[in-house]
Write a protein that binds this ligand. Structure first.
Ligand code: URA
Length: 221
């Protein structure tokens, strides 16, 4: 496993690769690619759909109105945006913000997989149906699964309505706020589980050392 400095370097190299990607026709209509943003050490990752107009102009994910709502939702449960690594299924804006096409999702897939591998978060928030479908293709749809904790291959996933959906449909805002409070609880539990696992490892290391020391004592006589 690489250390944090190595992972940060690898993440920056991946971002550079994404910025130069011409694997699909979206590279011809974008202003710039939007790789992702946040610390490589983030314990929580959020995956959205694709950059919109503001993201295409700035090169940063979730900085338009949906992004501002996401920031407020995070802050309402005591999280800062800078606590998260945020990225999208697609790294380039689809013209007029149309839905991602399967071949575009496929062309970008290895980038998202590499981001998850480098960040290794405890919890991944899946913002909207495209992120849910891309990461957990067998899961129930967003209207059934939002706010639930899905454990899969050692990671915790939480599907959430996309913040843009709550901007268009005000009734979803309260649901999103409730779900975000659940996320806070899931995160606290994931933290506690990690601390417990670290304590157990430290304990068994100490035990192994004690056994080795006793063995050494015995062999002296
Ligand atoms: N919507 C997304 O899914 N991603 C962004 O980065 C912005 C809006």
């Amino acid at each position: 496993m690489i250390d944090a400095a190595g992972a940060a370097q690898a993440l920056e190299a991946l971002h550079e690769e994404i910025r130069g990607c011409v694997a699909c026709p979206l590279s011809r209509t974008r202003i710039q690619a939007v790789p992702g943003d946040g610390p490589v050490t983030a314990r929580i990752m959020a995956v959205g759909e694709a950059p919109g107009e503001t993201e295409d102009r700035t090169g940063k994910p979730f900085v338009g109105s949906a992004g501002q709502l996401l920031t407020r939702l995070l802050e309402s449960v005591g999280l800062q945006r800078s606590d998260l690594y945020i990225c999208n299924v697609l790294k380039c804006r689809p013209p007029a913000n149309r839905d991602p096409m399967p071949e575009e999702v496929e062309a970008c897939a290895h980038f998202l997989d590499a981001q998850v591998e480098l960040i290794r978060p405890d919890v991944i928030l899946l913002l909207g149906r495209h992120a849910l479908q891309r990461i957990l293709p067998g899961a129930a749809g967003i209207s059934r699964s939002h706010g639930t904790r899905i454990r899969d291959r050692g990671r915790v996933y939480v599907p959430l309505y996309h913040p843009a959906a709550a901007l268009y449909q005000g009734s979803l805002l309260e649901t999103l706020q409730d779900d975000m409070r659940r996320v806070r609880g899931y995160l606290d539990e994931a933290e506690a589980e990690r601390a417990h696992a670290a304590a157990e490892t430290a304990m068994s290391d100490a035990e192994a050392e004690a056994v080795a020391a006793a063995h050494e004592q015995l062999t002296l006589f």
